[in-house]
Design a protein around this ligand. Structure first.
Ligand code: BG6
Length: 479
């Protein structure tokens, strides 16, 4: 299946994701000559544009979202673009798109970023118009359904026209350099792996905190909520990378085989294992922000915050809780994984009055990209009143360690892999379905027990019940 696509069809080409991420990423790849010289990009959406109109639209988006030092590449990139207006809900309209694309015998990559309701007609249209040939790969952007049933339905529909090895399900967290670095940290170092288990790890915390609120995505977000928007995909992928067994090689099959085992081993959470919240008016970095209900313009039971205590039922993780927490309008933007190790089995310093804190490994994903390890050290002194110990951090800042290589955003990596056909950083069907299985069980539990989100003030770390969820186990969230 080794071919490099020389055409790319971008569905949802006038959407927010295309403007903010996809077009800027493609422009950056182009500027660095990473895509074929003759790569043609055909945008399509319902909006009426001709080629020139779409180029002007894309040009404006690139001016807005590309960093200043990248803007020189815009005019040449725009030359690659053309556009076809299309109502994707009507498969009969795809013939014009196929005509616009011309021959696709050398390889076609499709990036589908549309409403879930358009997936099925789009696939039918692609198949009927000859655009789903055996030289076509399709990239699918979330949301891929709203529960296991609808996700299976979409996956079934896609599989009619595309085999799994040409389906690229996007979870943009996997495109982040610091997320990929988790694999290097775990499997390119001998240091951590012997300790990476229930014998030495007390618990794991995964936090994905955002300061933003609804960001104009009112319709979508209120129908989704934090659990489906963030946990079902990004957070479970982070959890799987932290918890998986060592894969045999850095290949799509090996890595995905190991991730799916973890996802399938997730215990279905019980009633007391999750807390939901919804933000009310407050302040972030000193600026007043409205509550979710104000932004939405109505009351809603959608959660903008969720905290979960998860367990992985296998030998390695027996009895080790994984605390997951994500929310909108939290005090800072921070994605972080904390590995809390156990205390030393016996402290030789206890008799000298010294307290020894267990080690902690902190993996900063964003915005700080760092790896920090807290280590106990002796405070210098003559110790006549007893030995004093203190935690000192060993801190590796990734940007400082790698000042040379260019920093790429997640979609640059993922689009390049889609064009070139590397599935390692894409999510396989069995993974998505295992993720939904777990998420559905949580939502069912909420339904059964009549769980409604507790309020929290924007700019706080969520409802106090989330703090209690961890503190019941003697655990404090790392802030
Ligand atoms: C998206 C969610 O998948 O991820 C958004 O739909 C969220 O609600 C975004 O804001 C966060 O991505 P990042 O890369 O900014 O952490």
């Amino acid at each position: 299946m080794a071919f490099i696509a020389d055409k790319l069809i971008l569905f949802g080409a006038t959407g927010d994701l295309a403007q903010r991420m996809v077009l800027p990423s493609l422009c950056a790849l182009d500027a660095d000559h990473l895509v074929a010289r003759d790569l043609k990009i055909i945008g399509t959406a319902r909006s009426e544009h001709d080629d020139a109109g779409f180029r002007a639209f894309a040009g404006a988006a690139l001016e807005k979202y590309l960093p200043e030092d990248r803007k020189a590449a815009i005019p040449a990139f725009l030359e690659r673009l053309s556009y076809q207006t299309l109502d994707a809900s009507d498969p009969s309209g795809f013939a014009v798109l196929a005509a616009k694309a011309g021959t696709v015998d050398d390889g076609l990559a499709i990036f589908l970023s549309t409403a879930p309701s358009l997936f099925e007609p789009t696939i039918k249209g692609l198949a009927a118009s000859g655009l789903a040939s055996d030289k076509t790969r399709i990239g699918l952007e979330k949301p891929l359904g709203t529960d296991l049933g609808s996700s299976c339905h979409i996956n079934d529909a896609v599989s009619v026209a595309f085999p799994e090895e040409r389906i690229f399900r996007i979870d943009h967290y996997l495109g982040k350099e610091t997320v990929q670095n988790l694999l290097a940290l775990r499997f390119a170092n001998v240091l951590f792996e012997p300790l990476w288990n229930a014998q030495h790890i007390d618990h794991v915390q995964i936090t994905v905190a955002e300061t933003v609120g609804l960001e104009g995505r009112v319709g979508f977000y209120d129908g989704a909520g934090a659990l489906r928007d963030m946990v079902q995909n990004h957070m479970l992928q982070l959890l799987a990378l932290v918890a998986m067994e060592p894969p045999h090689s850095y290949e799509a099959a090996s890595i995905r085989d190991e991730k799916v085992k973890v996802l399938r081993a997730l215990r279905l959470p019980g009633e007391g294992d999750s807390v939901t919240g919804q933000y009310r008016a407050g302040a972030i970095s000193g600026a007043a922000v409205p509550g979710y209900d104000d932004e939405l313009g109505k009351d809603s039971d959608t959660e903008t915050f969720v905290a979960i205590r998860a367990h992985i039922d296998n030998w390695r993780w027996k009895g080790v809780p994984f605390y997951l927490r994500t929310g909108k309008r939290l005090p800072e933007r921070k994605t972080e994984i904390v590995i809390q190790f156990k205390a030393v089995p016996h402290s030789i310093f206890a008799g000298k009055g010294a307290r020894s804190e267990p080690n902690k490994l902190i993996i900063g994903i964003q915005p700080r990209e760092n790896i920090g390890l807290t280590v106990m050290a002796k405070i210098p002194g003559l110790d006549r009143g007893g030995i004093r110990l203190r935690e000192v951090p060993l801190d590796i800042s990734m940007p400082d360690a790698f000042a040379g290589p260019k920093k790429r955003i997640a979609y640059e990596r993922l689009l390049l892999d889609l064009i070139e056909g590397d599935q390692t950083l894409f999510v396989r069907r069995d993974e998505v379905e295992a993720q939904w299985h777990w998420i559905d069980a949580i939502r069912e539990g909420w339904g059964e027990h009549g769980v409604v989100p507790k309020t929290y003030t924007a700019g706080s770390w969520g409802p106090s019940a989330a703090i209690a969820l961890a503190e019941r186990d003697g655990v404090t969230w790392h802030e």
